[in-house]
Design a protein around this ligand. Structure first.
Ligand code: AMP
Length: 143
Protein backbone atom coordinates (compact mmCIF):
# COMPACT_ATOMS: atom_id res chain seq x y z
CA UNK A 1 0.00 0.00 0.00
CA UNK A 2 1.28 3.47 -0.86
CA UNK A 3 0.36 7.14 -0.51
CA UNK A 4 -1.72 6.91 -3.67
CA UNK A 5 -4.06 4.41 -1.98
CA UNK A 6 -4.74 7.01 0.74
CA UNK A 7 -5.21 9.89 -1.72
CA UNK A 8 -7.66 7.81 -3.77
CA UNK A 9 -9.87 7.64 -0.68
CA UNK A 10 -9.49 11.14 0.76
CA UNK A 11 -8.82 13.16 -2.40
CA UNK A 12 -6.13 15.74 -3.06
CA UNK A 13 -7.61 18.82 -1.39
CA UNK A 14 -5.16 20.70 0.81
CA UNK A 15 -6.01 23.69 3.00
CA UNK A 16 -3.40 26.42 2.49
CA UNK A 17 -2.73 29.95 3.72
CA UNK A 18 -0.27 32.55 2.45
CA UNK A 19 2.85 33.57 4.38
CA UNK A 20 1.32 36.92 5.40
CA UNK A 21 -1.80 35.40 7.01
CA UNK A 22 -2.10 36.47 10.68
CA UNK A 23 -1.74 33.59 13.15
CA UNK A 24 -5.25 34.35 14.50
CA UNK A 25 -6.66 33.62 11.02
CA UNK A 26 -4.66 30.39 10.98
CA UNK A 27 -6.31 29.27 14.23
CA UNK A 28 -9.74 30.01 12.72
CA UNK A 29 -8.90 28.01 9.60
CA UNK A 30 -7.62 25.08 11.70
CA UNK A 31 -10.87 25.14 13.70
CA UNK A 32 -13.14 25.59 10.65
CA UNK A 33 -11.75 22.56 8.83
CA UNK A 34 -11.11 20.48 11.96
CA UNK A 35 -7.48 19.90 10.96
CA UNK A 36 -4.15 20.05 12.79
CA UNK A 37 -1.85 21.46 10.17
CA UNK A 38 -1.91 23.90 7.25
CA UNK A 39 0.48 24.22 4.32
CA UNK A 40 1.81 27.76 3.86
CA UNK A 41 2.34 28.96 0.30
CA UNK A 42 4.22 31.87 -1.26
CA UNK A 43 2.47 34.38 -3.53
CA UNK A 44 3.41 32.32 -6.61
CA UNK A 45 1.71 29.28 -5.06
CA UNK A 46 4.93 27.39 -4.28
CA UNK A 47 5.49 25.86 -0.83
CA UNK A 48 6.83 28.15 1.89
CA UNK A 49 6.32 26.01 4.99
CA UNK A 50 3.90 24.16 7.20
CA UNK A 51 2.23 25.32 10.41
CA UNK A 52 0.64 23.03 12.95
CA UNK A 53 -1.50 23.61 16.02
CA UNK A 54 1.64 22.79 18.03
CA UNK A 55 3.49 25.78 16.52
CA UNK A 56 0.60 28.06 17.53
CA UNK A 57 0.44 26.70 21.08
CA UNK A 58 4.24 27.01 21.46
CA UNK A 59 4.23 30.62 20.14
CA UNK A 60 1.45 31.69 22.53
CA UNK A 61 3.16 29.95 25.46
CA UNK A 62 6.47 31.72 24.75
CA UNK A 63 5.30 35.12 23.51
CA UNK A 64 1.74 35.61 24.76
CA UNK A 65 -1.52 36.01 22.83
CA UNK A 66 -0.36 39.16 21.02
CA UNK A 67 1.70 36.89 18.78
CA UNK A 68 -1.58 35.95 17.06
CA UNK A 69 -1.41 39.30 15.19
CA UNK A 70 1.93 38.30 13.62
CA UNK A 71 2.12 36.66 10.19
CA UNK A 72 2.24 32.87 10.08
CA UNK A 73 5.69 33.06 8.44
CA UNK A 74 7.04 33.91 11.94
CA UNK A 75 6.17 30.50 13.36
CA UNK A 76 5.93 28.07 10.43
CA UNK A 77 8.44 25.30 9.81
CA UNK A 78 10.28 26.11 6.58
CA UNK A 79 12.06 22.82 6.00
CA UNK A 80 9.06 20.74 4.98
CA UNK A 81 9.49 17.01 4.65
CA UNK A 82 7.29 15.86 1.77
CA UNK A 83 6.44 12.56 0.13
CA UNK A 84 5.18 11.44 -3.26
CA UNK A 85 2.35 9.17 -4.37
CA UNK A 86 4.61 6.16 -4.80
CA UNK A 87 6.04 6.21 -1.28
CA UNK A 88 4.90 3.25 0.80
CA UNK A 89 2.66 3.79 3.81
CA UNK A 90 5.31 2.02 5.94
CA UNK A 91 8.00 4.47 4.80
CA UNK A 92 6.04 7.63 5.62
CA UNK A 93 4.88 6.15 8.93
CA UNK A 94 8.56 5.58 9.81
CA UNK A 95 9.47 9.15 8.86
CA UNK A 96 6.58 10.66 10.84
CA UNK A 97 7.47 8.57 13.88
CA UNK A 98 11.19 9.32 13.84
CA UNK A 99 10.78 13.05 13.07
CA UNK A 100 7.85 13.42 15.46
CA UNK A 101 5.34 15.15 13.19
CA UNK A 102 1.90 14.05 12.06
CA UNK A 103 1.51 15.53 8.60
CA UNK A 104 3.23 15.10 5.26
CA UNK A 105 2.32 17.06 2.14
CA UNK A 106 2.39 15.08 -1.10
CA UNK A 107 4.42 17.01 -3.67
CA UNK A 108 5.20 16.17 -7.28
CA UNK A 109 7.25 18.39 -9.59
CA UNK A 110 6.97 21.17 -7.03
CA UNK A 111 3.16 20.97 -7.01
CA UNK A 112 1.01 20.13 -4.01
CA UNK A 113 -0.99 16.96 -4.69
CA UNK A 114 -2.47 16.25 -1.26
CA UNK A 115 -1.60 15.81 2.40
CA UNK A 116 -1.39 12.68 4.51
CA UNK A 117 -1.79 12.68 8.28
CA UNK A 118 -0.82 10.06 10.84
CA UNK A 119 -4.59 9.47 11.23
CA UNK A 120 -4.87 8.57 7.52
CA UNK A 121 -1.90 6.21 7.87
CA UNK A 122 -3.35 4.45 10.92
CA UNK A 123 -6.74 4.10 9.19
CA UNK A 124 -5.02 2.58 6.16
CA UNK A 125 -3.04 0.13 8.28
CA UNK A 126 -6.20 -0.99 10.11
CA UNK A 127 -7.98 -1.55 6.78
CA UNK A 128 -5.00 -3.60 5.57
CA UNK A 129 -4.94 -5.68 8.78
CA UNK A 130 -8.69 -6.37 8.46
CA UNK A 131 -8.26 -7.51 4.85
CA UNK A 132 -5.46 -9.87 5.88
CA UNK A 133 -7.49 -11.26 8.79
CA UNK A 134 -10.51 -11.87 6.52
CA UNK A 135 -8.32 -13.58 3.91
CA UNK A 136 -6.84 -15.81 6.64
CA UNK A 137 -10.31 -16.66 8.00
CA UNK A 138 -11.66 -17.68 4.62
CA UNK A 139 -8.45 -19.66 3.89
CA UNK A 140 -8.87 -21.57 7.18
CA UNK A 141 -12.64 -22.03 6.67
CA UNK A 142 -12.26 -23.42 3.16
CA UNK A 143 -9.34 -25.59 4.27
P1 AMP B 1 2.48 18.04 13.80
O1 AMP B 1 2.83 16.84 14.63
O2 AMP B 1 2.30 17.67 12.35
O3 AMP B 1 1.34 18.81 14.36
O4 AMP B 1 3.76 19.00 13.80
C1 AMP B 1 4.74 19.04 14.81
C2 AMP B 1 5.86 19.98 14.37
O5 AMP B 1 6.47 19.52 13.14
C3 AMP B 1 5.45 21.43 14.07
O6 AMP B 1 6.52 22.28 14.44
C4 AMP B 1 5.24 21.46 12.57
O7 AMP B 1 5.45 22.74 11.99
C5 AMP B 1 6.28 20.48 12.11
N1 AMP B 1 5.87 19.71 10.93
C6 AMP B 1 4.66 19.15 10.70
N2 AMP B 1 4.64 18.49 9.53
C7 AMP B 1 5.87 18.64 9.00
C8 AMP B 1 6.50 18.20 7.79
N3 AMP B 1 5.87 17.42 6.90
N4 AMP B 1 7.79 18.57 7.57
C9 AMP B 1 8.46 19.32 8.48
N5 AMP B 1 7.95 19.76 9.63
C10 AMP B 1 6.66 19.43 9.90
Amino acid sequence: MNVNTILNVKGGDVVTVSTSTPILEVTKTLAKFGIGSIVVTKEDGTLAGIVSERDVVRAIAHMGVDVTNEPVSEIMTENIVTCDRNDSVDKIMGIMTSKRFRHMPVVEEGKLKGIVSIGDVVQQRIAEAELEANAMRSYIATG
